[in-house]
Design a protein around this ligand. Structure first.
Ligand code: ADP
Ligand code: ILO
Length: 348
């Protein structure tokens, strides 16, 4: 079992929510707590200690971690999501409630749309605290469930262990597969026994994909070329409903869908477009004002912590907890409509 007895020293330039909210008092209060799955304060904070440039810096090992280490998690959750310990989360995955006709019918700006949710199983600890056997059991249960899907969702499962390096690299390059060796996940314990128990399921068209046992036990993804955000959401919503017939997801009335990183709690949804905005790229202040107003995040096109290429950006919702899934997609849609309008109006 990992433990920590000394209050960690953070460098002066540390900006993570961990160093902001781990006071000496909170440290003292939590340092000897161990969750039912053997997860300690050391495990919660190690990623943020090893990676001083973390934005958040903490991971949960099980649903119980969020209660047991609440004096640290609650202020981090409130800071990131603006969601208080007394608030309740609500879910709405009904595509009929989404108001989103294609904002880019002639395909001038939006290259592709992707919407994903994270899911973990109700009856297992989260990835950072899971055993190798448990991880393998999850791989079996989830892949068997996916292989029973029909029609548009029907596809094949590809375990990482037996995948050639060439196929793996091509899937990463094409934005379908997770990368290996993420240093934030490494320090949280999420990469133990890699690549055992990990893999990807996808349908023939690669419009419906599921990552198994990466940061969360499932990342359920719907994606397609162009800007039909509603069609992408509709596919995701029906896939989730099909999977849920066989698998119970970890969910709490307060925090919604339980994820290993507190940034994904609630809807666990990231709805994004890859969008080409060369003029806004020259006017980053205007760009950032719009993304702030519409609660959006800007990423590079090779995933989190990557840089942009040729003025193509990954634009996604930032809010995930205390808002519904429909709200998340609507945030992204409304912001993208505004970005396209301003891009069209700019001279250079
Ligand atoms: P996540 O979305 O699961 O939090 P990442 O930001 O690392 O994680 O993105 C995972 C992969 O999905 C990356 O390869 C990224 O380029 C790809 N991706 C994200 N949004 C889109 C999109 N709208 N179109 C195509 N690929 C996308
Ligand atoms: N632990 C990293 C990443 C946080 C958000 N991203 C996720 C969930 N993949 C950090 O604190 O910067």
């Amino acid at each position: 079992m990992n433990s920590i007895s000394q209050y960690p020293i953070f460098p002066a330039n540390c900006k993570s929510l961990l160093c902001k909210h781990l006071s000496k008092e909170v440290f003292k209060q939590l340092k000897d707590i161990i969750s039912p799955n053997g997860y300690s304060l050391y495990d919660v904070i190690n990623s943020g200690i090893v990676n001083i440039d973390s934005g958040i810096g903490v991971y949960a090992g099980d649903s119980e971690s969020y209660q047991l280490f609440a004096p640290l998690f609650d202020p981090i959750i409130e800071d990131y999501h603006g969601f208080k310990a007394s608030d309740k989360h609500l879910s709405n995955l009904n595509p009929n409630d989404l108001n989103a006709s294609n904002p880019d019918d002639d395909n001038q700006y939006i290259i592709s749309t992707r919407i994903r949710v994270a899911r973990n199983l109700a009856t297992y600890p989260l990835g950072p605290a899971i055993s190798k056997n448990q991880r393998n059991e999850i791989e079996k249960l989830v892949s068997e469930t996916l292989l029973s899907l029909t029609a548009e969702l029907a596809g094949s499962y590809y375990p990482l262990k037996t995948m050639t390096k060439e196929i793996q690299n091509q899937l990463i390059e094409d934005h379908f597969l997770f990368k290996a060796g993420d240093r934030f996940l490494e320090a949280s314990g999420l990469n133990r026994d890699w690549p055992d128990g990990r893999g990807i399921y996808h349908n023939n068209d690669k419009t419906f994909l599921v990552w198994i046992n990466e940061e969360d036990q499932m990342r359920i993804i719907s994606m397609q070329a162009g800007g039909d955000i509603k069609a992408t959401f509709t596919r995701l919503s029906s896939a989730i409903a099909e999977i849920e017939k066989n698998i119970s997801f970890a969910y709490s009335e307060h925090l919604g869908y339980i994820s290993s990183c507190p940034s994904n709690l609630g809807t666990a949804m990231r709805a994004s477009v890859h969008i080409k905005l060369p003029k806004l790229a020259n006017n980053m202040n205007v760009f950032k004002d719009i993304t702030d107003e519409y609660h959006l995040q800007i990423r590079g096109i090779h995933g989190e912590h990557s840089e942009t290429v040729d003025a193509v950006f990954d634009i996604s919702n930032k809010r995930r907890l205390g808002v519904t899934e429909v709200d998340c997609v609507q945030d992204m849609y409304d912001g993208v409509v505004k970005l396209i309008e301003i891009e069209k109006s700019l001279k250079i």
